[in-house]
Design a protein around this ligand. Structure first.
Ligand code: F6P
Length: 324
C-alpha cells in the first residue's frame, strides 16, 4: 500500500479533526502518501481530492467540525455513483481508505468494498454512540458534556419558577446522549427509543415528585422516542396530568454537534486513527477500528451495521433510584 485516502461522512462530530490528524500523521510516519477526500462520498464521486501533509492537519486537534467537510450522498447509494467514485480513486492511485462516520458511512463502505475491492477501515465518528464494535464513538463524550451544560442552566431557571422542563436531545434512533445526560444532570426521567416509557409513567413520576416536595423536574427526551419528540410529549403529558402545572420545552438541536472536542474524544480519535492506518497496512479490508474494554478491536462492517450494541438497561432503573 502506497497511497491512502481519508474522508469524513454523515453527521459531523467533535473529534473528527483529531481523527483526520491522527490518520494523516500515522500514514506519513509509516511513509504512506495520504489524500483527503472532501465532502465524503459526494467528493469521491466529484473528484474533490487533495494531497495532505503533516502541516495540513496542524492546529486542528482542538477544533470541532471537520476540515474535510461532510455530506450525506444519495448518488453513492446507486451503483453508477459508486462506479464514478471508484474511477476517481483509481485515477488518483488510492489503494486504501479510512472512512470516518457512522452507520450510513459503513453501509456504503461495505458495499463499495464488495463491488470494487478497495480495502477500507472505518473509524466510529458520530455523536450518537450507537455503533456496535466500540464502547464509545468519537464525539459522544463532547456531545454529552455540551448537553449537560445546557441541562444545568435550565435547572436554574426551572428551579426559580417551579417548572417542569422537557429537554429534547439528539438521537433519531439512539438514546445514549439522553441517558448519560440524564444521569449526569440528575434528571427525573430519560425517554429513549431503546426502551418504552409510557405517558402514564411520565405522569406518575411527575406527580410522585410533587408529592415528595420537588418544585421542579427535568425530563430528558431523545428526539426519536416512540412517544414523539419533546413538543409532542409535553402535549400528551399536559392532557394526562391530574392538575395543570407550569411546563416548558427546550430543544438543543445541532449545538450538540459542535464545539471543541473533550480530552476523551481527542484521545479516542488519536488511538483509533493510528489503529485504522496500521489496520490497513496489516491487511484489514472491510472493518471498523473500535475500542472495547480499552483494547483496539476490528469489527467487520457487516456486524457494525447489523448488530445492536447491548443497551445498558440498569441505567434506566438507576435514574429512578437516584431521583427519589
Ligand atoms: O447522527 C447524528 C445526528 O446528529 C443524530 O443524532 C440526528 O438525529 C441527526 O444526526 C440529524 O441530522 P441532520 O444534521 O442531517 O439534521
Amino acid at each position: 500500500m502506497k497511497r491512502i485516502g481519508v474522508f469524513t461522512s454523515g453527521g459531523d462530530s467533535p473529534g473528527m479533526n483529531a481523527a483526520v490528524r491522527a490518520v494523516v500523521r500515522t500514514a506519513i510516519y509509516r511513509e504512506i502518501e495520504v489524500w483527503g477526500i472532501y465532502y465524503g462520498y459526494k467528493g469521491m464521486i466529484n473528484g474533490q481530492l487533495e494531497r495532505l501533509n503533516s502541516r495540513s492537519v496542524g492546529n486542528i486537534i482542538q477544533r470541532g467540525g471537520t476540515i474535510l467537510k461532510s455530506a450525506r450522498s444519495k448518488e453513492f447509494m446507486e451503483k453508477a455513483g459508486r462506479k464514478k467514485a471508484f474511477e476517481n480513486l483509481k485515477k488518483h492511485e488510492i489503494d486504501g481508505i479510512v472512512a470516518i462516520g457512522g452507520n450510513g458511512t459503513f453501509t456504503g463502505a461495505q458495499l463499495f468494498f464488495e463491488e470494487f475491492g478497495i480495502p477500507t477501515v472505518g473509524m466510529p465518528g458520530t455523536i450518537d454512540n450507537d455503533l456496535y464494535g466500540t464502547d464509545f464513538t468519537i464525539g459522544y463524550d463532547t456531545a454529552v458534556n455540551t448537553a449537560l451544560q445546557a441541562v444545568d442552566k435550565i435547572r436554574d431557571t426551572a428551579d426559580s419558577h417551579d417548572r417542569i422542563f422537557f429537554i429534547e436531545l439528539m438521537g433519531r434512533d439512539s438514546g445514549y446522549i439522553t441517558m448519560y445526560t440524564a444521569i449526569a444532570g440528575g434528571a427525573e426521567l430519560a425517554m429513549v427509543p431503546e426502551t418504552k416509557t409510557s405517558i402514564a409513567e411520565v405522569v406518575e413520576t411527575l406527580v410522585s415528585s410533587q408529592k415528595k416536595g420537588k418544585a421542579s423536574s427535568i425530563i430528558i427526551v431523545a428526539e426519536g422516542d416512540e412517544e414523539g419528540n419533546a413538543l409532542e410529549v409535553i402535549e400528551k403529558v399536559k392532557k394526562a396530568m391530574p392538575a395543570p402545572c407550569p411546563m416548558r420545552v427546550a430543544i438543543l438541536g445541532h449545538i450538540q454537534r459542535g464545539g471543541a472536542p473533550s480530552a476523551a474524544d481527542r484521545i479516542l480519535a488519536s488511538r483509533l486513527g493510528v489503529a485504522a492506518v496500521d489496520g490497513l497496512l496489516s491487511g484489514k479490508q472491510s472493518c471498523m477500528a473500535g475500542i472495547i474494554n480499552n483494547q483496539i478491536v476490528y469489527t467487520p462492517f457487516a456486524d457494525c451495521i447489523s448488530k445492536q450494541k447491548n443497551w445498558p438497561e440498569d441505567l434506566n432503573n438507576m435514574i429512578q433510584v437516584l431521583s427519589i
